[in-house]
Ligand binder design. Structure first.
Ligand SMILES: [Fe+2]
Length: 250
Protein backbone atom coordinates (compact mmCIF):
# COMPACT_ATOMS: atom_id res chain seq x y z
CA UNK A 1 0.00 0.00 0.00
CA UNK A 2 1.38 3.39 -0.96
CA UNK A 3 1.94 6.21 1.49
CA UNK A 4 -1.02 8.10 0.07
CA UNK A 5 -3.39 5.17 0.15
CA UNK A 6 -2.38 4.55 3.77
CA UNK A 7 -2.99 8.20 4.49
CA UNK A 8 -6.39 8.34 2.79
CA UNK A 9 -7.36 4.70 3.16
CA UNK A 10 -9.93 5.35 5.87
CA UNK A 11 -11.96 7.56 3.52
CA UNK A 12 -11.83 5.32 0.49
CA UNK A 13 -13.13 1.87 -0.23
CA UNK A 14 -11.01 -0.95 1.12
CA UNK A 15 -10.67 -2.54 -2.31
CA UNK A 16 -11.56 0.04 -4.91
CA UNK A 17 -10.20 -1.96 -7.83
CA UNK A 18 -12.75 -4.72 -7.35
CA UNK A 19 -15.78 -2.47 -6.84
CA UNK A 20 -18.29 -2.86 -9.61
CA UNK A 21 -21.14 -0.36 -9.58
CA UNK A 22 -24.38 -2.36 -9.32
CA UNK A 23 -26.61 0.57 -10.28
CA UNK A 24 -27.88 0.39 -13.86
CA UNK A 25 -30.72 2.92 -13.68
CA UNK A 26 -29.99 6.57 -12.95
CA UNK A 27 -33.15 8.48 -12.10
CA UNK A 28 -32.35 11.94 -10.77
CA UNK A 29 -30.70 14.44 -13.10
CA UNK A 30 -31.29 17.67 -15.00
CA UNK A 31 -30.44 16.75 -18.58
CA UNK A 32 -33.31 18.23 -20.57
CA UNK A 33 -31.47 21.23 -21.99
CA UNK A 34 -32.61 24.78 -21.40
CA UNK A 35 -35.50 24.12 -19.03
CA UNK A 36 -34.02 24.50 -15.54
CA UNK A 37 -30.65 25.01 -13.84
CA UNK A 38 -29.20 21.90 -15.48
CA UNK A 39 -27.82 21.45 -19.00
CA UNK A 40 -28.09 24.49 -21.21
CA UNK A 41 -27.46 22.99 -24.65
CA UNK A 42 -28.27 19.73 -26.38
CA UNK A 43 -24.54 19.05 -26.73
CA UNK A 44 -24.07 19.27 -22.96
CA UNK A 45 -26.99 16.88 -22.44
CA UNK A 46 -25.66 14.39 -24.97
CA UNK A 47 -22.15 14.44 -23.53
CA UNK A 48 -23.47 13.54 -20.08
CA UNK A 49 -25.86 10.90 -21.41
CA UNK A 50 -22.97 9.35 -23.30
CA UNK A 51 -20.97 9.33 -20.08
CA UNK A 52 -23.81 7.54 -18.30
CA UNK A 53 -23.82 4.86 -20.99
CA UNK A 54 -20.06 4.46 -20.53
CA UNK A 55 -20.59 4.11 -16.78
CA UNK A 56 -22.80 1.11 -17.49
CA UNK A 57 -26.26 2.62 -17.11
CA UNK A 58 -28.95 0.97 -19.23
CA UNK A 59 -31.56 3.62 -18.47
CA UNK A 60 -31.63 7.29 -17.48
CA UNK A 61 -34.84 8.85 -16.18
CA UNK A 62 -34.07 12.55 -16.15
CA UNK A 63 -36.01 14.81 -13.81
CA UNK A 64 -36.21 18.54 -14.63
CA UNK A 65 -37.36 20.83 -11.84
CA UNK A 66 -41.04 21.69 -11.72
CA UNK A 67 -41.88 24.58 -9.40
CA UNK A 68 -44.93 26.81 -9.24
CA UNK A 69 -42.88 30.03 -9.40
CA UNK A 70 -39.62 29.39 -11.29
CA UNK A 71 -39.64 26.34 -13.52
CA UNK A 72 -43.12 25.85 -14.93
CA UNK A 73 -42.23 22.80 -16.95
CA UNK A 74 -44.77 20.25 -18.13
CA UNK A 75 -44.90 17.36 -20.54
CA UNK A 76 -45.86 19.84 -23.30
CA UNK A 77 -42.44 21.50 -23.35
CA UNK A 78 -40.38 18.58 -21.97
CA UNK A 79 -41.41 15.61 -24.09
CA UNK A 80 -40.46 17.12 -27.48
CA UNK A 81 -36.97 17.86 -26.07
CA UNK A 82 -36.75 14.33 -24.65
CA UNK A 83 -37.66 13.00 -28.10
CA UNK A 84 -34.96 15.14 -29.70
CA UNK A 85 -32.41 13.67 -27.29
CA UNK A 86 -33.65 10.14 -27.98
CA UNK A 87 -33.19 10.70 -31.71
CA UNK A 88 -29.69 12.04 -31.27
CA UNK A 89 -28.75 9.08 -29.05
CA UNK A 90 -30.01 6.74 -31.73
CA UNK A 91 -28.04 8.56 -34.43
CA UNK A 92 -24.91 8.24 -32.33
CA UNK A 93 -25.59 4.54 -31.66
CA UNK A 94 -25.63 5.08 -27.92
CA UNK A 95 -27.48 2.22 -26.30
CA UNK A 96 -29.30 4.01 -23.51
CA UNK A 97 -32.99 4.17 -22.68
CA UNK A 98 -34.04 7.74 -21.91
CA UNK A 99 -37.19 8.76 -20.06
CA UNK A 100 -38.26 12.10 -18.66
CA UNK A 101 -40.16 12.62 -15.42
CA UNK A 102 -39.67 15.54 -13.01
CA UNK A 103 -38.43 16.69 -9.63
CA UNK A 104 -41.38 18.48 -8.02
CA UNK A 105 -40.88 21.09 -5.36
CA UNK A 106 -43.55 20.75 -2.67
CA UNK A 107 -44.70 24.36 -2.68
CA UNK A 108 -48.06 26.09 -2.36
CA UNK A 109 -49.11 25.09 -5.85
CA UNK A 110 -48.16 21.44 -5.63
CA UNK A 111 -51.47 20.07 -4.39
CA UNK A 112 -53.23 21.59 -7.40
CA UNK A 113 -50.88 19.58 -9.58
CA UNK A 114 -51.85 16.38 -7.74
CA UNK A 115 -55.51 17.17 -8.28
CA UNK A 116 -54.90 17.73 -12.00
CA UNK A 117 -53.72 14.13 -12.40
CA UNK A 118 -51.02 15.35 -14.79
CA UNK A 119 -47.96 14.44 -12.73
CA UNK A 120 -44.83 13.21 -14.47
CA UNK A 121 -44.06 9.88 -12.85
CA UNK A 122 -42.02 6.75 -13.50
CA UNK A 123 -41.37 3.27 -12.16
CA UNK A 124 -42.79 -0.16 -12.88
CA UNK A 125 -46.42 0.91 -12.45
CA UNK A 126 -45.83 4.54 -13.43
CA UNK A 127 -46.68 5.75 -9.93
CA UNK A 128 -43.33 6.77 -8.45
CA UNK A 129 -42.82 10.51 -8.13
CA UNK A 130 -39.71 12.45 -7.14
CA UNK A 131 -40.31 15.38 -4.78
CA UNK A 132 -37.99 17.88 -3.16
CA UNK A 133 -38.42 20.36 -0.30
CA UNK A 134 -37.18 23.92 0.25
CA UNK A 135 -33.70 23.98 1.80
CA UNK A 136 -34.53 26.53 4.48
CA UNK A 137 -37.75 25.24 6.07
CA UNK A 138 -40.04 22.28 5.88
CA UNK A 139 -43.10 23.33 3.83
CA UNK A 140 -46.23 23.82 5.91
CA UNK A 141 -48.28 21.66 3.52
CA UNK A 142 -45.82 18.73 3.56
CA UNK A 143 -48.02 16.31 5.52
CA UNK A 144 -51.13 17.02 3.46
CA UNK A 145 -49.24 16.88 0.15
CA UNK A 146 -47.66 13.52 0.95
CA UNK A 147 -50.97 12.17 2.19
CA UNK A 148 -52.78 13.28 -0.96
CA UNK A 149 -50.11 11.69 -3.12
CA UNK A 150 -50.41 8.42 -1.28
CA UNK A 151 -54.20 8.23 -1.32
CA UNK A 152 -54.06 8.93 -5.07
CA UNK A 153 -51.86 5.83 -5.38
CA UNK A 154 -48.48 7.49 -5.87
CA UNK A 155 -45.23 6.42 -4.20
CA UNK A 156 -43.36 9.59 -3.16
CA UNK A 157 -39.58 9.52 -3.29
CA UNK A 158 -37.96 12.30 -1.31
CA UNK A 159 -34.93 13.71 -3.14
CA UNK A 160 -31.72 14.10 -1.13
CA UNK A 161 -33.14 14.08 2.45
CA UNK A 162 -29.57 14.51 3.73
CA UNK A 163 -29.49 18.02 2.28
CA UNK A 164 -32.33 19.36 4.46
CA UNK A 165 -30.44 20.52 7.50
CA UNK A 166 -33.63 21.00 9.52
CA UNK A 167 -33.99 17.21 9.41
CA UNK A 168 -30.33 16.68 10.20
CA UNK A 169 -30.90 18.80 13.32
CA UNK A 170 -33.80 16.54 14.34
CA UNK A 171 -33.07 13.12 12.91
CA UNK A 172 -36.27 11.62 14.35
CA UNK A 173 -37.95 13.35 11.43
CA UNK A 174 -36.07 11.08 9.02
CA UNK A 175 -37.57 8.07 10.78
CA UNK A 176 -41.03 9.64 10.93
CA UNK A 177 -41.04 10.21 7.17
CA UNK A 178 -39.88 6.67 6.52
CA UNK A 179 -42.59 5.35 8.83
CA UNK A 180 -45.11 7.18 6.62
CA UNK A 181 -43.93 5.15 3.64
CA UNK A 182 -41.83 7.86 1.98
CA UNK A 183 -38.88 6.46 0.02
CA UNK A 184 -35.51 8.19 0.39
CA UNK A 185 -33.17 9.00 -2.49
CA UNK A 186 -29.66 9.96 -1.43
CA UNK A 187 -27.43 12.01 -3.70
CA UNK A 188 -24.23 10.28 -4.76
CA UNK A 189 -22.20 13.47 -4.36
CA UNK A 190 -23.20 13.66 -0.69
CA UNK A 191 -20.92 10.66 -0.10
CA UNK A 192 -17.81 12.68 -0.92
CA UNK A 193 -18.83 15.81 0.99
CA UNK A 194 -19.54 17.79 -2.17
CA UNK A 195 -22.32 19.89 -0.58
CA UNK A 196 -20.88 20.24 2.93
CA UNK A 197 -19.56 18.24 5.85
CA UNK A 198 -22.92 18.24 7.71
CA UNK A 199 -24.65 16.93 4.58
CA UNK A 200 -22.05 14.19 4.31
CA UNK A 201 -22.62 13.32 7.98
CA UNK A 202 -26.37 13.16 7.44
CA UNK A 203 -25.79 10.88 4.43
CA UNK A 204 -23.65 8.65 6.60
CA UNK A 205 -26.42 8.53 9.22
CA UNK A 206 -28.99 7.55 6.58
CA UNK A 207 -26.77 4.78 5.21
CA UNK A 208 -25.81 3.43 8.63
CA UNK A 209 -29.47 3.30 9.65
CA UNK A 210 -30.61 1.61 6.44
CA UNK A 211 -32.85 4.52 5.50
CA UNK A 212 -31.76 4.86 1.87
CA UNK A 213 -33.99 3.27 -0.80
CA UNK A 214 -32.48 4.74 -3.94
CA UNK A 215 -29.48 6.72 -5.03
CA UNK A 216 -29.27 9.40 -7.68
CA UNK A 217 -26.57 11.55 -9.21
CA UNK A 218 -28.62 14.79 -9.35
CA UNK A 219 -26.29 15.68 -12.21
CA UNK A 220 -26.80 19.21 -13.45
CA UNK A 221 -23.58 19.60 -15.43
CA UNK A 222 -20.32 17.99 -16.50
CA UNK A 223 -18.62 18.97 -13.26
CA UNK A 224 -21.07 16.84 -11.28
CA UNK A 225 -20.68 14.00 -13.76
CA UNK A 226 -16.89 14.04 -13.55
CA UNK A 227 -17.04 13.54 -9.77
CA UNK A 228 -18.90 10.23 -10.03
CA UNK A 229 -15.69 8.22 -10.40
CA UNK A 230 -14.59 9.65 -7.08
CA UNK A 231 -17.98 8.68 -5.60
CA UNK A 232 -17.58 5.08 -6.78
CA UNK A 233 -14.34 4.82 -4.81
CA UNK A 234 -15.76 6.15 -1.58
CA UNK A 235 -16.57 3.66 1.15
CA UNK A 236 -19.92 5.31 1.95
CA UNK A 237 -21.09 4.80 -1.63
CA UNK A 238 -19.84 1.23 -1.63
CA UNK A 239 -21.66 0.64 1.63
CA UNK A 240 -24.99 2.00 0.41
CA UNK A 241 -24.69 -0.24 -2.64
CA UNK A 242 -24.45 -3.26 -0.33
CA UNK A 243 -28.02 -2.54 0.84
CA UNK A 244 -31.26 -3.15 -1.02
CA UNK A 245 -31.61 -0.33 -3.52
CA UNK A 246 -34.57 -0.01 -5.84
CA UNK A 247 -32.90 1.81 -8.76
CA UNK A 248 -32.68 -1.19 -11.04
CA UNK A 249 -36.42 -1.86 -10.71
CA UNK A 250 -37.37 1.54 -12.10
FE1 LIG B 1 -32.37 17.61 -8.57
Amino acid sequence: MSFFSKLFGSEKGADTASFSNPIKVEFHSHLIFGVDDGCETIEQSLEILEDFAKLGMRKVITTPHIMSDYYKNSKENLFPLRDELRNRLKEKNIDLELDCAAEYLIDDGFEKKIASGELLTFGPNGKHILVELPFMDEPRNLASALFELQIAGYTPILAHPERYLYYNADRNRFHALKDQGILFQMNMLSCIGYYSKPVQEAASYLVNNNLVDLIGSDTHNKRHQDLLQEVYQHKLYQKVCEGTLLNNYL
